[in-house]
Structures are given as C-alpha cells and as structure tokens.
Unconditional design. Sequence first.
Length: 412
Amino acid sequence: MYKTIFGKHGRAVAFWSYGKLGLMTEEEGDPQLFDLNVPGETEWQFGPEYREVAGQRKIILHSHRKTAMKDLVIGNLTRRIWTYDWESAELREIFTGRRPADWMGVTEFLDGGSRAVVNAIIDGEQRLFLADVEHETYDPITLPGWGFHYCESLSPDQKRIAWHVTHSKFASIETNPYMPSAYSINVMNLATRERALIAGKAGHLYFGPQWSPDGRRLTFLDCHSAEDPAHFWADICVAEADGSSLRVITTGQSHWFATSYGHAHARGGGSNITAWAPAGFAIPTDAPKGFGDHGLVSHTCRLPGSHPDVTYDNTRPDHEEFVFKPDDARGGTHLRLLDPDTAAVYDLTPPEEGRWDFRLSFSPAGDRILFSRARPGAPAELWIMDADGSNPGFLTRGFEDKGADFGRWLTF
C-alpha cells in the first residue's frame, strides 16, 4: 500500500503530527497519512523496525485513545501494540493475551522478531521484560522496587541493554547502588543479568543513553536539575559502556533538552536526546583534520541567553508546569556535529535568532539528515539536509498545520 514512497534508495521519511503518523519521500511533496482505520484509536506512535528471518520488513506501531497527560504518565490507559508488514500491508495486533499491564510498549526486537524488549507500568513503576512474542511469556529484566525505567537502548550486538532509571512518585523504591540519585544510567548484560552503574550523582539528571555504532561507548545527557527544574538544558556526556569512565564533552548546559513548540491550541515537545552518527557517516570534507575518526554525536546548541516559548511554574499541577508565553522567547538553537574525543565541532545549521532547530535523525547510510525546526508560537516543521549541512530543504508542516516532529527514516 505504501511501497511507492520508498523510492530508489529503498527508504522513506516518517514523522509524527499531533497523534497522526505521516509518510513521504525525502523530496518535497505532499505527505501521506498513515491511515490504519482502527476505530477508537486516535493517538499513534512508531515503534522499532525489524526484519523477520524470512525477510519480511515490519514495523511496530503503538496506539491508544486520547487521554490527559496525567493519566498517560502513570499508565492509566490501554496501549495497544501492532505489527505492520510493508510488503503485504497487513496490520496485526500482538500481545493481546497475558500481558503484564494495560500500558505496555515494544522498544527493541531481537532474533528476527521472535523476542522483544517491552516496558510496562506496574504499580507505579515502569519495568522492563524480555518477551517471547509468539507465546507471550515475559522474562523480567528489572524487578519490583528497582524504580521507573525508560528510554532503553539495545547494544548493536543485542547482548546488553542501557536505560535511565528514576524514583517513582507512586511506589516505594528500594535503595540500591545502581540508582544513587534520581535519573541514573545503567547497563545490563541480558545473558548474565550483571548490571553496571554508568552515571548517577545528586543534582544531575542523566537521560537517554545511546550506543555508539561499535558498542563500546554510550552518549547521554546531563541536566543540572536542581538549578533547572524545567529541564530546558543539558550537557552531553560520553562514557565507556563498562562504567570505567565518564566525560562531559560540552559546557554551560548548552544542549536543548526539553523542547517546546507550536501555537496555543496545538502544542508539541518532548525530550531531545543526542545521537551517534552511523558507521559510514559521510564526514564533511571541510571538517577539522581527524574529525570523527572514532565517532560523532549530535548537539542541539543554544545561542547565548536563549529561552524557549514557555515559562516554568512549579505551583501548577504535575506535567502542567509549562505556561505558553511566546512573546518571552529569545535566542534559538542550531545543530552541530561534535567529536567526543577532541570536542571539535562542525556546524550543520547556522545560528539564527528566533529559529529553533532540534531532533536530528541520521539516515542509516549516513548521507542525509532529518531535523525539526520551529519558531516561537508556530508549528514545528520537518526539514532535510545533506550530511555536511548543505542543501537544506523544507519537507512538511504536518497535517492540518499542527506541526511535524520526531522525523525518522524507514527502510524497505
């Protein structure tokens, strides 16, 4: 049904638009609504892609009914899970039987789709399981009392999993050396269940671990949460995956962490983490000598004195603290490549007052980059550029002018 969008490179662009999913080519043109026609399911998200042993290319989709944020964050809703086959256009619901919780999601696939890493909110904690998809059995990765786990990431060899973990507001959490403070980074060996603390320190919110292509290192964010309770800003860290070292490679809390955009009646946002460039990434020819010899990470860098289009009011209810004030916005952000070993930088988009570039997504081949762009009080746009930042082009503003964000690449 959607095969024509994959083009000569066998890939397509996908995005989220206020609960709807869109697909398009990597050239300018009208996007297609990924219309799945499931009655009652109004909010959709893309999950991981995978290829079955037989060769079929599939993607996981999550759906739920529209609900208030306060119910969403505590898991007070049923989240349905589907597979979509790009070849046959078959949509099939999975995990319909003995699931551990109503709120559940699939974040990673192993063994050609036979096993999956799933997360489930149980008694106020988000716990992780290694699930057998066909038989719906769930082997616990994390146990009760360990905390609220999310943003998990599977190593390239599928043998280890990284996550960040924090305390739950709704459950009693055991004291343990792997969570010395809220928002700590852990790595676990899936075979032995040995666990290592990568980062955890009072006053620091460590968030969003991502594996390097060679599986040796992790990059993640460090927000000074005691000074910045809104979590607007963070620095970028790189650590060995065995926990033997950790370095902060930016300064001044310069990475835009908690994004905010949109007009008054269609707000968007979400955590903006850093990412590794893929193996084979096309290093810009005019970059410094030796730039990226051992990898590159993305950096959403703020202009000095920047402030987004919201203010933070800690007297308001949980998850309603942001007050829309576009007239108070100042500064902006631009996109950089950052060498984690030398701290050398390469600007992909130029800094510009009033323009906020964020949420970079490298193509699997490393030749092009998707990113989001917004201005205060306006919907987010999806843009594309070459790997060195040249030839930037607008793609879409989403559906009904409500914005396009969370751009990603799909392969056929």
